[in-house]
Structure formats: structure tokens, C-alpha cells
Write a protein that binds this ligand. Structure first.
Ligand code: ZN
Length: 403
């Protein structure tokens, strides 16, 4: 704005020159043009640098949003972020000549040296080596994000999960999702049902050739590995790329006295904009909306539907546990829908269908093609198992009825 005013002043003051000397007329816009470009670069730079790391609690509620600095692949946070996230009473001292930063928090003294990855904690003489050392940016000492995801959670008896793609750190009380509940979970038989399989039933397919049947099997096997370490017994309805009927899948669940059934699928849509994880559970009331259907079923079938109603609350609880854990992987909250579901019919235990994303959507496809993402989904589901199991009243869980 000020630039324009100056220009018009120049023009009105020297109309003669402006008309006669065309170089002058040209020079002013050129200068304005370059100043404009410069202003844009400044704006773009500030946008590029103005990223934030969000810290959330166990329920996903925001604790603090702190500005982040990027240096190459690394993310650094200001020292003040320690106050915002962990301890408002933290004090810090920076010794410029020695490049030494001392933090006092929760009765501990943490000493770090710029350019040195070793963190010293007293009293106790503990040391911790960070993957990257603290550095100086804009004459201020900054700490690598690992200081916030490893050192500080440890001191505060917390655990942290860092989602780099969302720049989000979740802090939870220690033991929330490492298996301190193995006594409980060891008795649990969980059935994972990777949808589809075999040459005839590939499920959805992406334009890059990624197949639903392969994604869900990879995930199921990872889940089995992770959960075994946590003492849960996980049974898969198929171990390889084979076709299995619905009945065969249910038989796996029955044979192993499953107490929880998770069916894994992917989505596809004609709309490339359809996106995201979806959680479905089988609501028998949804089925009873079609009374003529129900009446035409043999009596045994009707009883089965009623038997499933016994598990609706538990299915909802598990769906919510999944939602809470998987929300951590996405920007948009995951929805739970209750529908009459063929995939879960005659499954006599709490059961949920998890749709991992749309193979027809570019962003979803990119995620589902990424092995690290699949691992983080597996970890989230394993945490959901723990969350669900620990919330379940043991006396309720032996109510699996034979049909
Ligand atoms: Zn499917």
C-alpha cells in the first residue's frame, strides 16, 4: 500500500519527466515489482517455517501447540516448549560461551551441550544419547524433537507416540499401551479376519495394482506378531492368499473360542475424494428394520440375530477403542457406523469391520502403500485391543453363546 502511494506521489510531482523519460516510468514499476517479489519471498518463508508440533493427551485433547524449526530432516523445538508441555515451573539457563543449556524440572537438572547428543540428568548421573544434538537456530538454543519424545516423557513417567506426518505427539501415562495388562490379555483369543483372498476374490484394487486382499493380510500378520509379544492369542481366518468362505472364517472363530472378531478391509469409490478409515459394526436393529426379511428367516436365524444383540455394547466399546487409537493416525476424526453387515453375520462375539481407507483416493493409497504406515496401523490396533480388554469387566466376557 505504501509503495503505491509513493509511486503516485512521484508521478504527480514529476509529470513532465514521467511523460518524457520512459525509462523513469519503467524503473518505478520494476522496483515495485522486485519489492513485491521480495515481500512474497518473506511471506512464503514465514509460512514454510511456521509449522507446529501438537502435543495431545491420551484422549487426543490438545496440551500445547509449539512452533517448530526445521533443519534438514530434523525438527527442533524451543526450550520454552518444555514449560508448555511438561512443566510450567521449569527454569532454564543458557551459558553462551560454553554453549551449555541447563534445565531444572521436577527436581531434576538436565544438562545439554549444543552440538553434543549426550544428555546428563542429575541427581542420579543418568545419561541419554539423542539421535541428533541440540543446535542453535537464530541465536537461540533449540532441542531436537526426540528430547520431547524420549527424554522428557521418561522423566515424567509418560510414554510418547510421535506421528511425524501430522507432527503430533501423544503423551500417555506409562503402561497405557505397553502390555502391563498381559495377565488379562493372555486369556484373550482374538480373531483377525483379513477380507477376501485367492485369485477370484482380490477385493478392491488401486490403479497402481495394490490389492485389498494383500494389504489386509500383511496387516493381519503384523498384528499377530505384535500381539503375540503382548501375550494375546491372535488367530487369523486365513494365513495365506487363499479363498475362504464366510462359514470357514466363522469356524476359525468358533474353533478357537474367539472373544473378539476384527474383519479387515479396504474401500474403493467412484469418487476420488472419498477418503479415510471407517469403522462398522453390525447392528441387529439395523436388520430388524426390515421385518419382512426377519419373519421369513427360520426361527434359528432369528435367535442368532438376538444372540448378536448381546454383543452390541461390547462391539461398540471395541469400536470406540479402535477409533481412539486410530484417530491418532488421521487429521479427520474417524466415524463409526452401525449397519446390518453380512461380513459379521453369525459372528457370535463382539465384532467390528475396519475399512482401512480408499484405494481410489490418492492420499489413502499413498499411505496404504507405505510399510511404515501399515506398521503404525498395526500398533494402533494392538493398543486398541489392550484398551478394550482392560476396560472389559471380566465377568461379562464369558458370555459367548453357541448357536
Ligand atoms: Zn473388502
Amino acid at each position: 500500500m505504501t509503495m503505491r502511494t509513493t509511486n503516485s506521489v512521484v508521478h504527480t510531482e514529476k509529470p513532465q519527466e514521467a511523460r518524457t523519460n520512459k525509462y523513469f516510468i519503467v524503473r518505478v514499476p520494476v522496483r515495485a515489482f522486485f519489492l513485491g517479489i521480495l515481500a512474497w519471498i518473506v511471506v512464503l518463508n514465514s509460512i514454510a517455517q511456521e509449522t507446529f508440533v501438537r502435543f495431545v493427551d491420551v484422549d487426543g485433547e490438545l496440551i500445547a501447540e509449539v512452533p517448530a524449526q526445521h533443519q534438514g530432516e530434523q525438527i527442533y523445538l524451543p526450550v520454552d516448549a518444555v514449560k508448555e508441555v511438561f512443566d510450567p515451573d521449569m527454569t532454564d539457563q543458557y551459558n553462551h560461551p560454553r554453549k551449555r543449556l541447563t534445565l531444572k524440572t521436577k527436581g531434576k537438572q538436565i544438562r545439554v551441550q549444543i552440538g553434543n547428543a549426550v544428555v546428563n540428568i542429575d541427581p542420579g548421573g543418568q545419561t541419554h544419547t539423542l539421535p541428533t544434538p541440540p543446535i542453535i537456530i537464530a541465536q537461540q538454543p533449540v532441542l531436537p524433537i526426540t528430547f520431547f519424545t524420549q527424554v522428557l516423557p521418561e522423566l515424567n513417567n509418560l510414554e510418547a507416540i510421535y506421528n511425524p506426518s501430522l507432527q503430533r505427539v501423544q503423551l500417555r501415562p506409562k503402561g497405557t499401551w505397553t502390555p502391563t495388562v498381559t495377565d488379562d490379555s493372555a486369556n484373550w483369543a482374538i480373531i483377525i479376519d483379513p477380507g477376501h483372498g485367492g485369485a477370484d476374490d482380490r477385493g478392491c484394487e488401486s490403479n497402481t495394482g495394490l490389492l485389498e486382499k494383500d494389504i489386509v493380510l500383511t496387516l493381519a500378520k503384523q498384528l499377530q506378531r505384535i500381539s503375540k509379544q503382548q501375550g494375546m492369542q491372535i488367530y487369523l481366518t486365513r494365513q495365506t492368499d487363499v479363498k475362504k468362505t464366510h462359514l470357514e472364517r466363522i469356524q476359525v472363530a468358533k474353533r478357537n473360542q474367539g472373544q473378539l472378531f476384527l474383519s479387515l478391509h479396504c474401500n474403493a469409490s467412484f469418487s476420488p475424494y472419498e477418503t479415510g478409515i471407517k469403522i462398522y459394526l453390525n447392528n441387529p436393529k439395523g436388520q430388524l428394520r426390515f421385518p419382512s426379511n426377519v419373519q421369513s428367516e427360520p426361527i434359528g436365524q432369528r435367535l442368532n440375530i438376538l444372540a448378536q444383540a448381546n454383543f452390541l455394547k461390547q462391539s461398540r466399546d471395541f469400536a470406540h477403542a479402535l477409533q481412539t487409537e486410530l484417530n491418532f493416525l488421521t487429521e479427520t476424526p474417524i466415524q463409526i457406523a452401525e449397519l446390518p453387515l453380512l461380513a459379521l453375520s453369525e459372528v457370535y462375539m463382539p465384532a467390528v469391520v475396519l475399512e482401512l481407507g480408499y484405494l481410489s483416493n490418492v492420499e489413502d493409497l499413498e499411505k496404504l502403500s507405505n510399510a511404515e504406515y501399515i506398521t503404525s496401523v498395526a500398533q494402533a490396533i494392538a493398543r486398541a485391543f489392550q484398551r478394550y480388554i482392560s476396560s472389559t469387566n471380566p465377568s461379562v466376557r464369558a458370555t459367548v453363546t453357541e448357536q
